[in-house]
Design a protein around this ligand. Structure first.
Ligand SMILES: Nc1nc2c(ncn2[C@@H]2O[C@H](COP(=O)(O)OP(=O)(O)OP(=O)(O)O)[C@@H](O)[C@H]2O)c(=O)[nH]1
Ligand SMILES: [Mg+2]
Length: 312
């Protein structure tokens, strides 16, 4: 499709640009992008480090095309996978027309928030910045104004906006604010396109989301999901087979659970989500394998789709 047909004539006022959504893990970055797009493209879970790669969320309106870059939460890494995730998030800072720095304003700033502020402050030239105070549904107005100041002091002079991504409160106002800040330009993507992920990539993320939701402690972080088969069966059915890789035999036992009870639960949750996404009936076949210490093995990371810069 010729992208110029979205370009209003004679005067071009259409806005288009890339927005990096960054912040420490678990502040609600992926929740916000799903809320803005009014559909679930990104995995969300109550546990930190849910997002592992960059994913685009593309919103096209009559006035603008906003390309959101969802990123892994910036954190203090303990594995090569963590280094990769941080790198992904940091690189988007350089590609952005606007940085949305999201914080969880229901709690005080952490060391990770301070490190992010330093990274943003060090950017030269610095793209436009908007601080987003999320989770306002969790605190009183008093606490909100108190904590806002603490965050504001990390990057003085920054513009900010408060919302609740989960309750979709403030989301449409945020979209307008973002549009104002974007440069005039032609759309980069077809107006129908919502993400750069294929349905099968989202399916993998939804399996991982189920893993994050059902498993505790370090175990979900040690799981990678590989899609083995994704077959359409007629108009309204799909067959999916995927392998869950863990790092140790003991984790394999936990993921499978007593007589397979845990993997069945994970499968049930993931299947329901994939069916919601695709509108099709899904047969989901999950298996579990050990790939020793994969999070610290560059070759394994590449195999599992976490392509390190060196290998690109
Ligand atoms: N109460 C409340 N919870 C929220 C809000 N936004 C997100 N959450 C919850 O916060 C948790 C983390 O949300 P995610 O969207 O996965 O956070 P993220 O920043 O993408 O996290 P990573 O991918 O790990 O970096 C989930 O349990 C969300 O439901 C909000 O506005 N209010
Ligand atoms: Mg996320």
């Amino acid at each position: 499709m010729d992208p110029s047909i979205k370009n209003p004539e004679p005067e071009n006022t259409f806005k288009a640009g890339f927005v990096a959504v960054v912040g420490r893990p678990n502040v609600g970055k992926s929740t916000l992008i799903n809320a803005i797009l009014e559909q679930k493209i990104a995995a969300v879970s109550p546990k930190p480090q849910t997002t592992r790669k960059q994913q685009l969320g593309i919103l096209t309106t009559d006035q603008a095309q906003i390309i959101f870059m969802d990123t892994p939460g910036l954190h203090i890494a303990h594995h090569k996978l963590g280094d990769y995730m941080n790198k992904v998030a940091e690189l988007t800072l350089f590609d952005a027309d606007l940085i949305l720095w999201m914080v969880d304003v229901s709690v005080q700033p952490t060391e990770e928030d301070r490190l992010i502020a330093e990274k943003i402050a060090a950017l030269s030239p610095r793209p436009e910045l908007l601080m987003v105070f999320n989770k306002i549904d969790l605190i009183s107005a008093d606490k909100l104004s108190q904590y806002r100041v603490l965050y504001q002091n990390l990057l003085p002079g920054s513009e900010s906006f408060a919302l609740s991504a989960k309750n979709k409160k403030g989301v449409s106002e945020l979209i307008q604010l973002i549009i104002e800040k974007l440069p005039v330009g032609d759309p980069y993507y077809d107006e129908e396109q919502v993400t750069d992920y294929y349905e099968r990539d989202i399916a993998i993320e939804l399996v991982r989301e189920a893993v994050m939701r059902h498993l505790e402690d370090e175990v979900p972080h040690a799981v990678a999901v590989r899609l083995d088969t994704y077959e359409d069966r007629g108009e309204d059915q799909a067959y999916i087979m995927a392998t869950l890789f863990v790092e140790r035999e003991s984790q394999k036992g936990i993921v499978i659970g007593k007589q397979g009870s845990m993997i069945r639960e994970i499968g049930k949750t993931a299947r329901r989500e994939i069916e919601l996404m695709t509108g099709r009936q899904v047969y989901l076949d999950l298996r579990v394998k050990v790939h020793k210490n994969w999070r610290n093995n560059p070759n394994a990371l590449n195999l599992m789709g976490y392509i390190t810069q060196e290998k690109k």
